[in-house]
Design a protein around this ligand. Structure first.
Ligand SMILES: *Cc1c(COP(=O)(O)O)cnc(C)c1O
Length: 332
């Protein structure tokens, strides 16, 4: 795979660090845990959507767009980062926010919602959970076209094959880093939501024949549904990237045991994970994605899923601004 064939904007002028989590590893009694700091990616407050937007926004610019239109939940990191990319490129941005939890939209809320306003979003449209989001975004695009403007619509999470190339690039980056560090990886754990991160990592790891098993921790969907979605997106991403190796179904593993009562709803294990990462490592997770993914990682360690001398990499996909909308839950 030769990703330089694809137009790309650069929003992070460095590889994100891989760091040992020594105190957390000792607290849990091994294995050796490491963290890939994608919370330190570029654009406002970082996080995984930045890698996808490098390819998506390059495509938008190539198509002559003047406005980005996208969608997400009411505290969406993806919406914050798409808006930040638009600001950086001198484009306008409109957001369609889905109230996945009824009544969850509060125009005065802190966290990402506050940042939408600070970054000067052009328009926010709130729709009920389960709405046809593609149709809602198309209405915005049509309205803009009627005004002589040109919209570029980015599906939720930026999880198209083009967006997922960002995580093929991440897989290549981390394989290069671990080679330089002399670090043999035995397992990779990541959050799995709209899927571009998990699918891109699978396409990159399989495409490099690296033989590192990957576990995706679902934050919303049930295991079977999510595995099907990831496999399909990983295959389409690999095909776009020009990979020759086929992706076997066994390359995709999703656990759905850490979702709790539903997307974005707190669990005790999430609260414990957020507190452990903060108090032992000074690392901020988030309540919706990385808190639940880390809860999965911690539970797998406690249940003896890894050998004591295994090296396990946790991909920190970002999201810390959402913490500020959950202060009472986390300190409560
Ligand atoms: C969107 C998001 C994820 C999930 O990534 P997908 O590519 O949508 O599966 C994980 N962590 C954070 C912080 C996110 O914002």
């Amino acid at each position: 795979m030769h990703l330089a064939r694809f137009p790309r904007r650069r929003y992070t002028p460095y590889p994100t660090p891989i760091e040992p989590l020594e105190r957390l590893s000792a607290h849990l009694g091994g294995p050796n845990l490491f963290i890939k700091r994608d919370d330190q990616l570029g654009l406002t407050a970082g996080g995984n959507k930045t890698r996808k937007l490098e390819f998506l926004v390059a495509d938008a610019l190539a198509q002559g767009a003047d406005t980005l239109v996208t969608t997400g939940a009411v505290q969406s990191n993806h919406c914050r980062l798409t808006l930040a990319a638009a600001v950086r490129e001198g484009l306008a941005c409109r957001l369609v926010l889905e109230q996945r939890v009824p009544g969850s939209y509060d125009p005065e809320a802190s966290g990402n919602n506050f940042l939408y306003r600070l970054l000067d979003v052009e328009k926010v449209t709130v729709v009920e959970g389960g709405s046809d989001l593609a149709a809602a975004m198309q209405r915005e695009a049509d309205e803009l076209e009627a005004d002589g403007r040109h919209a570029y619509v980015i599906p939720g999470g930026g999880s198209t094959p083009l967006g997922a190339l960002g995580y093929v690039a991440c897989a290549e980056e981390l394989l290069g880093q671990t080679f330089e560090m002399g670090l043999r990886l035995d397992h990779i754990v990541t959050a799995s939501g709209s899927g571009g991160t998990h699918a891109g990592l699978v396409a990159g790891v399989v495409g490099a024949s690296a033989g590192i098993p990957l576990t995706g921790i679902s934050v919303r969907a049930e295991k079977g549904t999510q595995e099907e979605k990831i496999l399909d997106l990983a295959r389409r991403t690999a095909s776009l990237a020009g990979a020759s190796a086929a992706i076997p179904a066994e390359a995709v593993t999703v656990l759905d045991d850490y979702v709790g009562p539903g997307y974005s709803l707190p669990t005790d294990a999430m609260i414990e994970a957020v507190r452990l990462f903060a108090s032992l490592e000074g690392v901020l997770l988030d309540p919706v994605y990385t808190g639940k993914a880390a809860a999965g990682l911690i539970d797998l360690v406690r249940r003896g899923r890894f050998d004591r001398d295994d090296n396990v990499l946790f991909v920190h996909t970002g999201g810390s601004p959402a913490l500020y909308a959950y202060q009472e839950v986390l300190l409560g």
